[in-house]
Design a protein around this ligand. Sequence first.
Ligand code: NAP
Ligand code: MG
Length: 463
Amino acid sequence: MKAHDGMYIGGTWRPAATADTIAVVNPADEQVLAHVPAGTADDVDAAVRAARAAFPGWAATPPADRAARLATLRDVLAARQGEIAETVTAELGAPPKLAGTVHAGLPVLVAGSYAELAATYAFEEKVGNSTVLHEPIGVVGAITPWNYPLHQIVAKVAPALAAGCTVVLKPAEDTPLTAQLFAEALDEAGLPAGVFNLVTGLGPVAGQALAEHPDVDLVSFTGSTAVGRRIGATAGGAVKRVALELGGKSANVILPGADLARAVAVGIANVMSNSGQTCSAWTRMLVHTDQYDEAVALAAEAVAKYTPGDRLGPLVNARQQQRVRGYIEQGVAEGARLVAGGPEAPRETGYYVAPTVFADVTAEMTIAQEEIFGPVVSILRYEDEDDALRIANGTVYGLAGAVWGPQDEAVAFARRMDTGQVDINGGRFNPLAPFGGYKQSGVGRELGSHGLAEYLHTKSLQF
Ligand code: NAP
Ligand code: MG
């Protein structure tokens, strides 16, 4: 597969500081696809300097012109959708259909939303005798994960550019080829040199150097809570802005009166999609005790459609495969009942995990508390709504969730949930709705105008 052997810094692909490389592996067949340079602190420093040098010019560019660049970016991403989907399938293992619609399609939508927001956002407002200016924060260090390789990048870079910030991106080591395509797309869109810069590399080397760089004004991170906590501490020590999109353990609450078959089928599909590697996945299904057995039977039926190697892709790497299989073993050991799947790998080659459903899961079990990040659903039983709420809110996370039932009751329940986003009766995805976590699921919001506001700070002028 095509790969650049340099870093995209200051508007050109230039050689990395060292000759070290990272092998990119196809998780479906375990073959090496390409190599990309492993960046060091020197590469990060060069990229931050380029971003700093470009900042005054980009910040002073009228919002309408920034909007025009983003609209061109949207068009380039749309024109290259097929190539992007193939790359995501190769380096993440996403089934082609999912890669085309979600992995390559969603970024077009989000880039387009920021082309519009850049043109319409109120960067200036009147408050009594003051004029409040919303100004770009400066140089953004963006660190992204592999699970939605392009979406996670666009959800940071598009609002940052709309705001007038410049960016250095350190993408996940498992999915750098998609990030290189994104750099190509911005280059093709005619973004001025240095406004966007890419350093591929390892988290504890390039990622850490970016998070600690004194000339980065805001660090925006998506990934694990463990790394997020460190990045937050580093940013706090330096008194700089930080945005953290971390893990989740979302609840899918099925109230009596819900369309049970649909709630279960959509709930299973929600977790199986992307092999369960979605931070907002509804991995805990909560069912009233009267409907419990029926729901378990429906779940076993629904999950049977997800054949590994066909509708269900592999996990991203061997380490994640081992980690998820370990959680399944732990679920069995703690007394949960396997209804489908299990710890054995379903295919000899590729980092596949069997689509797995556990019944008789209690709220304290490890599999009901920790983020598994694999195709594993736990079905929990509740006695009444207060019990359901206690279970739904009973983790350290609060990223997303779902409620099914008569609309008024479902909304009343959702209001009591400690979580950042709730889908009511299978509500449709909205790219303008703020996305982000309560509790340890993170700090800050992405998408829409709330996502744009993260990259701005305010100045008040009094008259
Ligand atoms: P991770 O280590 O948190 O990776 C996220 C990003 O941070 C990657 O670009 C990573 O680089 C980088 N990174 C790692 N250590 C760093 C450090 N010390 N300083 C700065 N940056 C650093 O996540 P992971 O290891 O890929 O996945 C582990 C678990 O995280 C998953 O099982 C899942 O539970 C969770 N996760 C959550 C999300 C989400 O969307 N909320 C996404 C992915 C993973 P490398 O790629 O080189 O490691
Ligand atoms: Mg990692």
